[in-house]
Design a protein around this ligand. Structure first.
Ligand code: DAH
Length: 346
């Protein structure tokens, strides 16, 4: 009997357990009611009285150390989370780190949403454009300073001194898409064109060489300045809240006549004056006007029959106001600490 016990003890000590299944085999073989240790306890009854004390001690030792091995390995399995141990499958999974939309995309989508609800469709044009679509057909005089190298990134210029309709450049505004739409479609036209634009500016908190605009165009018979005003008022209230007021200030753009710049009442102070609106109560958000007859004619639209309005706004500017971001560069640096803050927006 003593021999049997010592052999079993040796056997148990030399065992290595690795999986939950092996642990269960171990339990059945040694520790269960029908296991080898129970069997030995049965045999213990027949041990001669004189040996009982000695054998009994050894047997208890065997039982204790085999149990200890069982418990130790069980605890080990639980902490290393071997899935075969019947780990709690209802435990919540590790959180998945999901990304967020870029603030520029959020604001662009919001603008698109508002205008598509009142019948505008989305149209796009190329970022690499020619002088004709960006300037000439939009009634820019040949010597207009916007064509200057200081502002425009030229890809190829036909003549070093003079601009030419065939010059290839990066578009400086999305108004070029107006021209493409008017050339390709017949009125009524109601379209917005979001996109990237490029200007040769030194990068700072307030300026960047790449930014985004949304252009709007509405051409039909009898379109008036009142239509422009109501459309933009609707937009401003959808975008900034029902209480928002708008103000149109006379301005100049070559492609519109009359032209205006639109301000919205400051949403931060409600018009009372604060440092965001520089204590004026108003924030400038876009340029607009009635499409110049020269522009209609250059795109083969009868300016006697049709009139229209156009507007253009900078997405970064709107996003800055909406989220109170004070440095344009943040939009382009892709710093995860900045982008992470837009998780709840969509
Ligand atoms: N294209 C102008 C800009 O880049 C913005 C603009 C002003 C667009 C008036 C328009 C408009 O369509 O009517 O600053």
């Amino acid at each position: 009997m003593i021999n049997k016990i010592t052999e079993l003890l040796k056997e148990i000590n030399s065992l290595t357990l690795q999986t939950a299944e092996e642990l269960e085999q171990y339990r059945l073989k040694y520790l269960s009611k029908k296991g080898l240790i129970s069997e030995l306890f049965e045999d213990f009854r027949n041990v001669a009285a004189a040996d009982k004390k000695d054998v009994g001690q050894k047997l208890n030792q065997l039982k204790a150390s085999s149990l200890e091995k069982f418990n130790l390995f069980k605890a080990h399995l639980e902490t290393t989370q071997d899935i075969s141990t019947g780990t709690d499958l209802t435990r919540p999974a590790f959180p998945h780190i999901i990304g967020s939309r870029h603030p520029i995309s959020i604001v662009r989508n919001e603008i698109i949403n508002i205008f598509t609800r009142i019948g505008f469709i989305v149209s796009e044009g190329p970022e690499i454009e020619d002088d004709d679509h960006v300037f000439t057909k939009l009634n820019f005089a040949p010597e207009h300073p916007a064509r200057d190298m200081q502002d425009t990134f030229y890809i190829s210029r036909i003549s070093a001194e003079d601009s030419n309709p065939g010059d290839i450049l990066l578009r400086t505004h999305t108004s070029s898409v107006q021209v493409r739409v008017m050339q390709g479609e017949k009125p009524p036209i109601r379209t917005i064109s979001p996109g990237r634009v490029f200007r040769n500016e030194a990068i700072s908190a307030r300026a960047h060489c790449i930014f985004h605009q949304v252009e709007g165009l509405y051409i039909d018979e009898n379109v008036s300045f009142a239509d422009l005003k109501q459309t933009l008022l609707f937009f401003a209230r959808e975008m900034f809240g029902k209480e928002t007021e708008i103000r149109l200030r006379p301005s100049y753009f070559p492609f519109t006549e009359p032209s205006a710049e639109m301000d919205v009442s400051c949403r931060i102070c409600g018009g009372k004056g604060c440092n965001v609106c520089k204590y004026t109560g108003w924030l400038e958000i876009l340029g607009c006007g009635m499409v110049h007859p020269n522009v209609l004619e250059s795109c083969n639209i009868d300016s006697q029959k049709y009139t229209g309005f156009a507007f253009g706004m900078g997405i970064e500017r709107l996003a800055m106001l909406k989220y109170q971001v004070n440095d344009l560069r943040l939009y382009f640096e892709n710093d995860i600490r900045f982008l992470d803050q837009f998780k709840t927006a969509f």
